[in-house]
Design a protein around this ligand. Structure first.
Ligand code: ANZ
Ligand code: ZN
Length: 821
């Protein structure tokens, strides 16, 4: 019928692109086109591509294709984040090897991406589960190890009882496993860590480079995650103990208001400080606490619990004895695991004081009612009282002064604290990168020598061999585990844990610059030519984990002299989600939309156009509100215009002879499209292309006609601009317009400034509401300029005469009314 055959176009142009590879980035040193690195967060091969991919990659492709159109040397690579639990769980279920599921899914996604027409440089494809890739995770681990940035220690870790593995803090979402939703418990284990805390300040401070280029909420989430607080460390003597105990406080000004002292119930210190007569009560309490998550412990609405430890601490500023308690609202691994409690000015301390009938002393006059009576603490600003040498000072002055006093007496000093913890790396699972360390009874932790990398995963394990056992499945692979120590040659064992897969994704963007290199993870000169990444596109779910780890690893590599920049991603775009009927798509709701089915019905271009046209890229798309059928009708109109123009004229006709009115529409529309693309308002750009198609249609039907050079010019601009979202229709239209090469490369037009000048409009000038003059002005004239012109008119002046001007009403560009009286 009247509709083009989407599938036929797709097959035709896919074959052409596969042959011509128009999107391969050039490494030729003589190529002096500006380089541009556009990157989409690489996918996990969980199955076929879904609507979420359709949106993210369509948006990234608009950005990449625009750069190709500008004639830049664009790097737009693709790879797969292919280690991880789902593959392993599938292998256990189907008695197979995780590689089978993984690589089959990758092939499916490759096919779908090719059909979807994304402008990838396929020659740089990588998979993190390939030994050729993961050997470099091991190599990096060893460099971190040499620099003291990878270390092993015992620690309380987050343990997912379902997945039978530890989780990084970043993978625990409100007390639950990020992957499976099971409630996370705490376990003490000996594990590997990356020392990200050493980079906390730089991770915070370098955010100034990202301000304005990254979504504000992502920067805020990172800032909160790192959680830098300024305050003081204060040392309290504990009666009967030689060593004083240090507390961290953000409010040293409230030191005179400390009425008790609290130690985290699960800290070793609590156990040590507990007096014999309190032991039974304490141990029962500690047992109860061990069952709670951090989130539960810190929930403000929870009734406060705790036990008196039978001991006293001495306040260093006034010598006052205050009781020492153990409680769960103080966390063992924050600050020093102990606090001075100031119930008048801290709500958690006040709740505790009221539960256990402890004194409340106001030391900052804030103008609030007495916290002891209202139960509401007064954390605000005010003047110090009941505080000896700092009485009368305001909060900021008092903090400075008391910190000085503490320092003079040697009982404290200014301190900074972070919420950020070191990155827990070890995973007790199979499908990941083996940690390249050998444990030798004589030599300790011995790095696997670089020339023995990669430490490959054993390939004879499958199905039930991989079932979670609480220790890594690799521990059972005795042939693999038992090795000679590289240092002394004695019997030794490999580390059996694998790395968190966030290691894989923390540097993959560097590997794309030299993906086949067998000597190095990446080549510094190539990385510095392409990097940092100009535009990164991906979901906001990675706001902390992946982006924080990538920033950290980049900084370490910078310190090693391996990359020349400190931030990997110059600009970040978080696309919204695709939802349906106002809700996230899910099996249980039955509101899933299948990408393959949409493409079969409407074709790739209509689906891509629909997701990009739906709204600004950051917004969610409700599939119930959009119409791929309307997109298809539009594309059909656009192709028809290009087809008719192609039949009526040939490339190379001089447009200056064409219809001037249409030329102005074309150039002004192109100008608006370019501005909208630069501002990442892709939906607006498409709306403008639609207007241009309408204008061209009119020109063919009732204007200068299909053969007019201006109509051809309009049709060519339709092809080039449409190529960012509807590559198949654009290529086909371009060909029908008489061109032989691809429309996609270097065909963006620059609007002619002469054609951007708007025609004039008539402005009526009134004097006290009577029309006295008419002016020809530009339609975008501003109000001041228009008022000046009106008052400068001799006719107008003669009507004003000697009378006084009361008021000038300006309605640019059409009306000025000068009220005189
Ligand atoms: C006395 C005080 C008085 C405090 C006051 C606050 C207000 P951020 O901003 O999160 O760093 N704190 C210190 N270590 C803690 C731990 N391990 N577990 C729970 N709470 C802890 O908060 C620092 C404040 O949190 C510290 O300042 C301390 O309470 C508490 F009017 O000290 B404050
Ligand atoms: Zn040894």
């Amino acid at each position: 019928g009247d509709t083009y055959d989407a599938r036929a176009l797709q097959d035709k142009w896919q074959a052409r692109w596969a042959k011509d590879t128009p999107f391969v980035a050039s490494e030729d040193p003589a190529d002096d086109r500006p380089r541009r690195y556009v990157l989409d967060m690489f996918p996990y091969p969980s199955g076929d591509l879904h609507m979420g991919h359709a949106e993210a990659f369509a948006i990234g492709d608009v950005i990449a294709r625009y750069r190709f159109q500008l004639g830049e040397n664009v790097l737009h690579p693709i790879g797969w984040d292919s280690f991880g639990l789902p593959a392993e769980n599938a292998a256990i279920k189907h008695d197979s090897h995780p590689a089978e599921w993984t690589y089959a899914n990758i092939e499916t996604q490759v096919q779908s991406f090719q059909r979807y027409g994304i402008s990838f440089d396929w020659s740089r494809r990588l998979h993190t589960s390939d030994p050729e890739y993961y050997r470099w995770n091991q190599w990096l681990f060893l460099r971190f190890f040499e620099r003291g940035l990878a270390y092993r220690r015992d620690g309380l870790v987050n343990w997912c009882p379902q997945d039978q593995t530890v989780l990084a803090n970043e993978q625990v979402v409100q007390g639950h496993c990020e992957r499976c939703g099971t409630e996370v418990v705490r376990r003490s284990l000996n594990q590997w860590y990356f020392k990200i805390t050493e980079y906390a300040d730089r991770l915070l401070d370098d955010m100034s480079q990202l301000e304005g280029h990254w979504p504000e909420r992502v920067l805020l989430m990172q800032r909160n995650w790192i959680g830098r607080s300024h305050g003081a460390d204060v040392r309290f003597v504990i009666e009967g103990r030689d060593e004083p105990v240090t507390v961290f406080t953000t409010r040293p000004d409230t030191l005179y208001g400390a009425t008790f002292f609290v130690v985290a119930a699960d800290a070793e210190l609590a156990d040590e400080l507990c007096a014999p007569e309190q032991r039974a009560e304490f141990e029962a309490y500690r047992e109860q606490v061990s069952k709670l998550s951090d989130i539960e412990r810190q929930a403000t609405e929870r009734e406060k619990t705790g036990v008196f430890l039978g001991r006293y601490a001495v306040n260093p500023v006034n010598g006052e004895r205050i009781p020492v308690w153990a409680a769960d609202y103080v966390l063992a691994d924050y600050g020093h695991g102990a606090i001075m409690a100031v119930p008048a000015h801290d709500q958690r301390d006040l709740d505790f004081a009221r539960t256990f009938d402890l004194p409340v002393r106001v030391v900052v006059e804030t103008g609030e009612a007495d916290p002891a009576e209202t139960g509401i603490a007064a954390p605000g600003e005010g003047t110090l009282i009941n505080s000896g040498p700092i009485d009368g000072l305001d909060k900021t002055e008092a903090i400075a002064r008391i910190t000085e006093i503490l320092a003079e007496r040697g009982t404290g000093q200014a301190a900074v604290n972070y919420r950020l913890r070191d990155w827990l790396l070890s995973r007790q699972r199979f499908w990941g990168t083996p940690i390249p360390i050998i444990h030798c009874p004589a030599c300790g932790e011995v790095p696997v020598p670089d020339d023995q990398l990669p430490v490959r995963l054993p390939d004879n394990m499958r199905g039930a061999d991989l079932a979670p056992k609480g220790i890594s499945p690799l521990a059972a692979a005795t042939d693999w585990v038992n090795v000679d120590c590289p240092s002394c040659g004695g019997a030794a064992k490999r580390d059996t844990d694998t790395m968190d897969t966030f290691v894989d994704s923390s540097w993959y963007y560097l590997r794309y610059c030299s993906p086949q290199n067998e000597q190095l993870p990446f080549e510094t000169d190539k990385v510095n030519k392409w990097g940092p990444i100009d535009q990164y596109v991906g979901g906001v779910e990675h706001a902390i984990l992946h982006l924080l780890y990538s920033r950290f690893v980049t900084k370490v590599l910078y310190d090693m002299g391996m990359v020349g920049f400190t931030e990997p991603f110059t600009r970040l775009l978080n696309q919204g989600q695709v939802i349906n009927q106002g809700k996230a798509m899910s099996k249980s709701l039955g509101n899933g939309v299948d990408l393959g089915a949409e493409i079969d019905t409407y074709g790739v271009d209509a689906v891509r156009l629909t997701v990009v046209f739906a709204g600004p890229p950051e917004d969610d798309i409700d599939w119930a509100d959009v119409s791929p059928a309307a997109s298809l009708r539009f594309l059909n109109r656009a192709l028809k215009v290009m087809t008719q123009v192609g039949a009526a004229s040939a490339p190379g006709t001089d447009p200056t002879d064409g219809d001037r009115a249409l030329r102005k529409v074309t150039h002004q529309t192109l100008d608006k499209i370019t501005a909208a693309i630069e501002a990442q308002r892709f939906n607006v750009a498409i709306a403008r292309v639609m207007e241009l198609v309408t204008a061209a249609r009119k020109a063919i039907d009732s204007g200068p006609g299909a053969g007019d050079p201006a109509t051809r010019e309009a049709a060519e601009v339709i092809a080039t601009t449409l190529s960012l979202v509807a590559p198949y229709v654009a290529e086909e239209g371009w060909e029908r317009l008489g061109y032989t090469g691809s429309v996609a490369i270097g065909n963006w037009r620059t609007p002619d400034p002469e054609l951007l000048v708007q025609d004039s409009v008539t402005c009526v000038v009134q004097v006290s509401s009577k029309v006295r003059d008419k002016l020809e002005v530009s339609p975008d004239i501003d109000e001041d300029e228009l008022e000046r012109l009106a008052l400068a008119s001799e006719r107008v002046q003669s009507f004003i005469g000697e009378r006084q001007i009361r008021k000038v009403v300006v309605r640019a560009p059409k009306l000025v009314n000068i009220v005189v009286g």
